[in-house]
Design a protein around this ligand. Structure first.
Ligand SMILES: [Fe+2]
Ligand SMILES: [Fe+2]
Length: 240
C-alpha cells in the first residue's frame, strides 16, 4: 500500500510555527508523502511562506502542495512559490508529479481550483463579461486538472485541490456560500481519470467525507475539519 499524509488550511504565520512540527517529525514512519491542500499562509506573504518552509521543509519524505486563495491575497505568488520550492516543496498548479514509493508509482495532479457551485445551483458562462470570466476561470482550472490527471503514468492516482470538487464535504458550511467553496467541474475532471482519491481543503466548517458522481473518494483535509496535524490514507493499485 502507498501511504499518504494530508492536511490543508494550516494558515501559517510566525505565531503558528512549531505547532505541527512534532507530529511531522514522525511522519516518515507513517507516510510515503505529504500532500498539502492549500491555504498554507494567512495572507500569502513571502515571510509567511518562510514559516511554511520552516514547518514543512526537510521532513525526509516528498511534500507536494497546491496554493489556496489565502496564498494569493498579497499578490506575492511567485515569491511564495520560490520560497516553498527552495525548501524542497513541490508546488502544483495544473500539472502533476510521479513519485516512486517503494517501487510503486504515486501520481499526484494538482490545481488550486475555483468556485462556481454545484449541479443545478451553479454559475453559468452567460451574461456580463465579469460573470463569464468567473466561470471560465473555473473551467480552465478544471480542464488543466483533468489533463494533468489523465497525463500521469502511475499505479495510484491522487487529485489535490484547494477548492472542493463535490458538495458532500461542504456539509456544515452555509448553503449560501457553496458557490464560493468549489465547483462540480473539478469533480468532472477527477472523474475523467482513474483517480483513487481526491483531497481538498478551503471549507473550514465543512465535513470530511464525500464521493464524486463517478465514485471517487473525496476527503476534506482542512485542518479545522480533521483537527489533527494530518490524516493518513492507504491506497492500493488501480487494479486492487
Ligand atoms: Fe483556509
Ligand atoms: Fe481557502
Amino acid at each position: 500500500m502507498i501511504r499518504i499524509a494530508a492536511v490543508g488550511d494550516v494558515h501559517l504565520d510566525e505565531d503558528v510555527v512549531g505547532r505541527f512540527r512534532p507530529a511531522l517529525e514522525e511522519l516518515p514512519e507513517h507516510a510515503d508523502a505529504l500532500l498539502l491542500a492549500g491555504d498554507l499562509t494567512r495572507h500569502g506573504t513571502e515571510n509567511e511562506a518562510r514559516c511554511v518552509a520552516e514547518e514543512f521543509g526537510g521532513l525526509g519524505i516528498p511534500v507536494i502542495t497546491v496554493l489556496g486563495n489565502h496564498d494569493h491575497q498579497c499578490d506575492q505568488v511567485p515569491q511564495v512559490v520560490k520560497v516553498l520550492e527552495d525548501a524542497g516543496i513541490t508546488v502544483l498548479e495544473g500539472d502533476g508529479v510521479v513519485l516512486d514509493c517503494g517501487g510503486r508509482r504515486l501520481g499526484v495532479a494538482g490545481v488550486k481550483g475555483f468556485g462556481g457551485g454545484f449541479a443545478g445551483r451553479c454559475a453559468s458562462d452567460f451574461g456580463e463579461p465579469e460573470m463569464k470570466a468567473f466561470v471560465r476561470t473555473t473551467t480552465d482550472s478544471a480542464d488543466r486538472l483533468g489533463a494533468a490527471l489523465r497525463g500521469l503514468d502511475c499505479d495510484v492516482l491522487v487529485a489535490l485541490t484547494h477548492y472542493a470538487p463535490v458538495p458532500d464535504t461542504l456539509a456544515g458550511e452555509p448553503l449560501e456560500i457553496y458557490p464560493f467553496l468549489g465547483s462540480y467541474q473539478l469533480g468532472q475532471a477527477i472523474d475523467s481519470a482513474p483517480t483513487a482519491l481526491a483531497l481538498h481543503g478551503h471549507a473550514h466548517a465543512g465535513s470530511e467525507r464525500g464521493t464524486t458522481p463517478g465514485g471517487v473518494r473525496v476527503r476534506n483535509v482542512a485542518h479545522p475539519v480533521i483537527k489533527q496535524a494530518y490524516s493518513i490514507f492507504h491506497l492500493g493499485n488501480h487494479t486492487d
